[in-house]
Structure formats: structure tokens, C-alpha cells
Design a protein around this ligand. Structure first.
Ligand code: 4NP
Length: 153
């Protein structure tokens, strides 16, 4: 048994928000010299096996975080036992996770921006169909959520 926290970040496609959240948390954990298992996944299957969206990769890289080696995967039932925390990027994905959650699941489910302070229930907006500026906002949101979560672990 280990006390190492393990976090799964979840969005819809696992090519924009959740890989950016994974990269942000890896960076913060490294700076803080914290031993944390970090992964990401999507509730949807359309992009399984793909690298993060180019715009997500470019935005993270601007902040010194290389997420080019990540590959999209779909959330699996065993994730609810493998991870101590499963963090959804928006309320739709949180609802989907609650629907999928096995009865004996051990992972704690939460919403990313509920770790950031401010009003509860806010979504990390889906940047996929928008322009580059949406990804700037995504990076800011995932850094705030990741920093807040890290402080609680
Ligand atoms: P993500 O963004 O959930 O942040 O990875 C999306 C990526 C792809 C799609 C939707 C959202 N899609 O519909 O293909």
C-alpha cells in the first residue's frame, strides 16, 4: 500500500483539455518535488491513439511543457480503482463519470475548477472548435485547477 496520490484528468476527447491538465500537473509536481502518478483519458473514443491536438501541444510547450508523447485513451472501469482522484474538466464529463462509476469504486470524483477557488461548478471550456485564444484560456484554467489540487494533496 502506498500513499502516493494518483490522479486521472478526464475530458471528452483526451486531445485538448485533459492532456494539458496532465502536463500542467506534471510540471507543478516536479517543481514541488512531489511523487504523484498522473494520467489523462477521455469519456469519448473518437481520438483514441492520437497525440494531443497541435494547438494544445503548442500552448503547453510555450510554458515549457512537452505533451507530444501523450496518446489518447478512453476511461476504463478499472480507472475507478487505479486512481485516488479522477478530475473531470466539465460537468458533462463529471456526469458521465458518475454514470460509469462501479459501485465499489475507490476514486474520488471532482470537477477541475472546483479546486481553483472562486465560484463552484465552473467548466474548463472546450477549446476544440474555437481559435488559438481558447487554448490560452484552457492553459490558465488547468494550471489554476492543478495548483489548487496539488495544495490539497
Ligand atoms: P477535449 O476536446 O475534450 O478537450 O479533448 C475535444 C476534442 C475532440 C472533440 C471534442 C472535444 N470531438 O468532438 O472530436
Amino acid at each position: 500500500m502506498s500513499d502516493t496520490p494518483s490522479i486521472l484528468f478526464v475530458c471528452l476527447g483526451n486531445i485538448c483539455r485533459s492532456p494539458m491538465a496532465e502536463g500542467a500537473m506534471r510540471k507543478l509536481a516536479e517543481l514541488d518535488k512531489r511523487d504523484i502518478q498522473i494520467d489523462s483519458a477521455g469519456t469519448g473514443s473518437w481520438h483514441v491513439g492520437e497525440a494531443p491536438d497541435r494547438r494544445a501541444q503548442a500552448t503547453a510547450l510555450k510554458h515549457g511543457v512537452d505533451i507530444s508523447n501523450l496518446r489518447a485513451r478512453q476511461v476504463a472501469p478499472e480507472d475507478f480503482h487505479r486512481f485516488t482522484h479522477i478530475v473531470a474538466m466539465d460537468r458533462n464529463n463529471l456526469s458521465e463519470l458518475r454514470r460509469m462509476k462501479p459501485a465499489n469504486a475507490t476514486a474520488e470524483l471532482s470537477l477541475m475548477l472546483d479546486h481553483a477557488g472562486g465560484p463552484g461548478g465552473r467548466d474548463v471550456a472546450d477549446p476544440y472548435y474555437g481559435g488559438a485564444e481558447g487554448f490560452v484560456e484552457t492553459w490558465r484554467d488547468v494550471m489554476e485547477g492543478a495548483a489548487g489540487l496539488l495544495a490539497k494533496l
